[in-house]
Design a protein around this ligand. Structure first.
Ligand SMILES: [Zn+2]
Ligand SMILES: [Zn+2]
Length: 207
């Protein structure tokens, strides 16, 4: 499997392109802006983007969805609880982040905990991890987790925004993410890559 991090937008959100190296089928996770950079990578690697998967509905993770969908025909997938944030600028905080209201296309695929998306020879498992937002998800594929704004290197997501709940966020991480083995790599929505083992032993929010 291939994974490429592309920092996008004013908050340096980590967009990830993941792809099956055998078939070229790909998914773009959290295209929060700079869609041209993402599409350049897709084109240079002759990937076929099947999905745009959103870890949650904040504007810094979704701003590029319309552009990516128009260019690739990919289906937009988001958890049911965050789906309204795509089409309602007052819910996705775009005024705060981009200084303008972003009303984006509605979702094509509504996700729930336990869903599996097929990408070439790989399964992408959807894990519902509410607490940063109510529809926050993490993605598990092969030996990696993409954690959005749920878990960061040595930190966790904010819970002071609408839909946030700190206790719920911590239980989501403890119950749904820390069950993975120490060697599993963690690719967060902002900042550097880490592992479950490093976070289990050094992250003061969840130790
Ligand atoms: Zn967020
Ligand atoms: Zn974010």
């Amino acid at each position: 499997m291939l994974i490429q991090r592309i920092p996008v937008g004013p908050l340096y959100t980590n967009c990830y392109v993941i792809a099956c190296d055998k078939t070229g089928e790909a998914a773009v996770v959290d295209p929060g802006g700079d869609a041209e950079d993402i599409l350049d990578f897709v084109e240079n690697n002759t990937l076929v983007v099947k999905y745009v998967i959103l870890t949650h509905g904040h504007s810094d993770h979704i701003a590029g969805v319309e552009h990516i969908k128009a260019a690739t025909g990919a289906k937009i997938a988001i958890h049911s609880a965050d789906a309204p944030m795509l089409t309602d600028a007052s819910k996705n905080l775009s005024q705060n982040v981009f200084g303008k209201r972003l009303n984006l296309p509605e979702a094509d695929i509504i996700l729930k905990d336990g869903d599996i998306l097929k990408m070439g020879l790989f399964d992408i498992d959807i894990i519902h991890t509410p607490g940063h937002t109510q529809g926050g998800i993490c993605l598990s594929v092969e030996n990696i987790l993409i954690t959005g704004d749920t878990l960061f290197a040595c930190s966790v997501g904010r819970s002071d925004l609408p839909g946030g709940n700190h206790e719920q966020l911590i239980s989501s991480i403890k119950e749904k993410l820390l069950k993975f083995t120490d060697d599993v790599k963690v690719f967060p929505g902002h900042g550097p890559v880490t592992t479950i083992g490093i976070e289990r032993s050094t992250n003061n929010f969840i130790r």
